[in-house]
Design a protein. Structure first.
Length: 275
């Protein structure tokens, strides 16, 4: 009588396993086809993420011009397929108003938290991140023809003083600093951004003005005079990729770049403080 074969159950088991594997693969393909449009999964280990491309539109506070010009240039070098369009620099309140009224942008960097909060409240951004800080100094034309040595001097009627308008961050900070020092100033003009103040002082159209440390540091035609209590009046700068960004991938990458060690080094070099 022939001995029972032991191969048949083994072959049957192998066939069952093979069919199971085919079924799993088919299910995976079906799940991939049925995934919601726009959904994606993380790339497999060793597979590079898609390179960034397209245009990037940035709105930034006027005091960030030197820093963001350099950061944007380096970002383009890191991502050759991305074109950073000419950055819109202005007072943070002006930029916030433009964004709320529908101006298109991918990234917004404000010189204060109050104007960024307007953007958040309007539903245009989520969870902005602080990346820098700044304080005020008294800027005078070199070599200080008005003889300004302290903040109390700004009250002198003989001096022409220019300030930022109170609705912009440098203006709000200036008002706080003057109030704390009990100094009353009648400004010759109220500028819509800190660049306007710096330009008039540098041109000799004003004897003094309150600007950020970073602005005075970058303008060779002015000298900086320390203002008592300025270290206690700090503007903190938030940054956000906007929810309706036309290029969300590049916007998110730029935010991370500003927050990176390389971005921090650029800000440090220009005199910005840590957030």
């Amino acid at each position: 009588m022939p001995r029972p074969s032991r191969r048949r159950p083994v072959v049957a088991s192998l066939l069952v396993a093979a069919l199971a594997l085919v079924g799993c693969a088919g299910a995976a393909r079906d799940a991939s086809r049925d995934a919601a449009p726009g959904s994606s999964s993380a790339p497999a280990p060793g597979v590079a993420a898609p390179e960034l491309s397209g245009e990037l539109t940035i709105f930034a506070a006027a005091s960030l011009r030197a820093a963001f010009d350099e950061l944007a240039m380096t970002f383009e070098q890191r991502h050759p397929s991305v074109e950073v369009l000419p950055i819109s620099y202005d007072g943070s309140s002006t930029l916030a108003t433009q964004l709320i009224e529908g101006a298109p942008a991918d990234v917004f960097a404000s010189a204060d938290e109050a104007n960024m909060q307007k953007i958040v409240d309007a539903g245009l951004a989520d969870a902005p991140r602080l990346f820098a800080s700044n304080t005020l100094v008294i800027a005078v034309p070199a070599p200080n023809p008005g003889g300004v040595t302290e903040i109390d001097d700004l009250a002198a009627a003989a001096l022409t003083v220019v300030l930022c308008a109170p609705e912009v961050p440098c203006g709000a900070a200036s008002a706080t600093l003057l109030e704390r020092n009990e100094v009353v100033v009648t400004p010759a003009s109220l500028e819509q951004n800190v660049t306007g103040v710096l330009t008039k002082v540098a041109a000799g159209e004003a004897d003094a003005g309150l600007v950020y440390v970073t602005d005075a540091r970058g303008e060779p035609r002015v000298e900086a005079v320390d203002a008592a209590g300025a270290a206690d009046v700090v503007n903190r700068y938030p940054l956000a990729a906007l929810r309706e960004a036309a290029n969300p991938a590049a916007a998110a990458a730029f935010v991370e770049f500003v927050l990176s060690g390389e971005g921090r080094a650029v800000l440090d070099e220009l005199g910005f403080g840590a957030p």
